[in-house]
Write a protein that binds this ligand. Structure first.
Ligand code: MN
Length: 479
């Protein structure tokens, strides 16, 4: 857990200066001082582990600094301004983003709301690297969850499964998604988890011989081609098998779980050459071939997929890709960020990838209330912002201290003008009630009721204020 180890790991993939890493390391160590985690370890071990995970994802230097510093504002006397002075805007902004997400507490058990929360987290983060720090933070918390109370475990595991695993999937970081899912599953359904992982191990043990034989045969075939390659096995995702059982309503024994092998090679042309060699030695099963190299998936995933029959009559799924494609599949967005680092900017598809990222974010915003989300990206989101849900689950950004009247005018001036009451989280509240992030607000209206003069004393938004004044003016009600 020394700064040398972290710098060594970082320097294996980056030439960026490491002075800042050292500063952040010492700063975080001092700031957290004697603070302890539930495990009894020093708090600093947590932020160090988060930085290490970010280095596993080959993130840039400011992101790793932010990993080291991510809990200083939340848990110590350090302020964002101090971080700005010590480490500059970029690192301070990343930490601020993570701190903001920390304040959004998710508790809903409603799937539709979960989608809005995921969007809200993205909108709040603004910079994808903030999400990366948050995901690394969550991964380490999940890996050390056994020290917390059962109640806390359930709460955090549920939030991870509903919010953070889908986010990592969207970012294309599949191994992160799998680990978050399996860890959540372990705490949410401990019995099912134990049973299923035992069964999977047993099945794998039985089929190891088949896979071993296939691998040997494949190696002898591929070696004669003189093309560089390496073979990898696919990791098992216990939760995805559980989901399949639920969806298809079948026991484990009836769930198809094809054995799989990956072939990683150097060039695109060699992917196709190796495919030809595989097909000429093993019979492909009907309609199993998909060319994701010529037609990449939306998240930029590229690979050739085919399923062939082994000599023992077992179908084996084969994925063939280049090292580059493999990195994109393993690290997702994180891999794209790596290309941003000046020294290694050799990726000619960089623009295309960043463009995809932008489109992806835009697509997210288009799903619902596009304008609000675009605005929240454009206007500098500050700590003064809260997010309030409509009963239908749309998220509306409002300033801190906003009231149901602000909310009503935000939705529509007519709803504001006719507002006579409000329910927050199904309870009636006064119209000057202060809304909080995550509240569900429902406005009660009555036709032609009209705004009241005293509303001007408590509304927080300029638009509500001006609409109330306009109504009062037009209806000759004295100010
Ligand atoms: Mn943390």
């Amino acid at each position: 857990m020394s700064v040398e180890e972290l710098i060594k790991k970082f320097s294996e993939y980056s030439n960026q200066d490491t002075t800042m890493l050292e500063l952040a390391y010492n700063f975080a160590k001092e700031a957290h001082g004697e603070q302890k985690r539930a495990s009894g370890e020093s708090y600093f071990t947590h932020v160090y582990s988060v930085a290490e995970i970010l280095a596993d994802f080959k993130m840039d230097q400011p992101t790793i600094c932010a990993g080291l510093l991510h809990d200083t504002v939340e848990d110590t006397k350090i302020t964002i301004d101090i971080l700005k002075n010590e480490f500059g805007e970029e690192v301070a902004n990343l930490v601020e983003g993570v701190t903001k997400i920390e304040t959004l507490r998710f508790s809903s058990r409603d799937e539709a709301q979960a989608e809005n929360w995921r969007k809200m987290i993205l909108a709040t983060a603004k910079d994808i690297r903030v999400i990366m720090v948050k995901l690394a933070d969550r991964l380490h918390n999940m890996r050390t969850l056994n020290y917390l109370s059962r109640e806390k475990q359930l709460e955090i595991a549920y939030e991870t499964l509903t919010l953070y695993a889908p986010l990592s999937q969207r970012l294309g970081i599949f191994n992160l998604k799998s680990e978050l899912e399996d860890l959540s599953f372990k705490y949410l359904y401990p019995e099912e988890y134990e049973m299923l992982s035992a069964k999977i191990q047993l099945r794998y043990f039985k089929r190891e011989k088949i896979l071993e034989d296939f691998k040997n045969e494949l190696n002898s075939v591929l070696e004669s081609s003189k093309i560089p390659y390496r073979l990898l096995y696919r990791a098992k995702n216990i939760y995805s098998i559980y989901r399949k059982m639920q969806k298809q309503n079948k026991p484990f024994e009836e769930i198809e779980d094809t054995l799989g092998v990956r072939i990683i090679t150097d060039t695109v042309v060699n992917c196709y050459v190796l495919l030809g060699i595989v097909h000429s030695h093993f019979k492909p099963t009907a309609n199993s071939f998909t060319d994701y190299i010529a037609m990449p998936k939306k998240n930029l995933y590229q690979s050739l997929h085919t399923t062939v029959m082994s000599r023992s009559g077992e179908p084996i799924e084969i994925q063939i890709r280049t090292e580059d494609m493999h990195k994109t599949a393993e690290y997702g967005i994180a891999a794209h960020w790596r290309y941003k680092m000046g020294q290694n900017a050799t990726d000619k598809h960089l623009d295309e990838k960043l463009n995809w990222l932008r489109q992806w974010i835009e697509w997210l915003q288009e799903l619902e209330s596009p304008r609000e989300f675009l605005e929240s990206f454009k206007t500098d989101l500050d700590l003064e912002q809260i997010f309030v849900f409509t009963p239908k689950g749309d998220v509306k950004p409002l300033p801190v201290g906003a009231t149901p009247v602000d909310f009503a005018y935000y939705i529509h001036s007519e709803i504001g003008d006719n507002c006579v009451g409000a329910k927050v989280n199904s309870k009636m509240v006064k119209l000057d009630h202060e809304l909080k992030s995550g509240d569900v607000c429902e406005i009660v209206t009555r036709k032609n009721s009209g705004p009241k003069k005293d509303w001007l004393n408590f509304v927080k938004t300029a638009s509500a204020r001006s609409k109330i004044r306009k109504y009062l003016r037009e209806h000759k009600i004295e100010d």
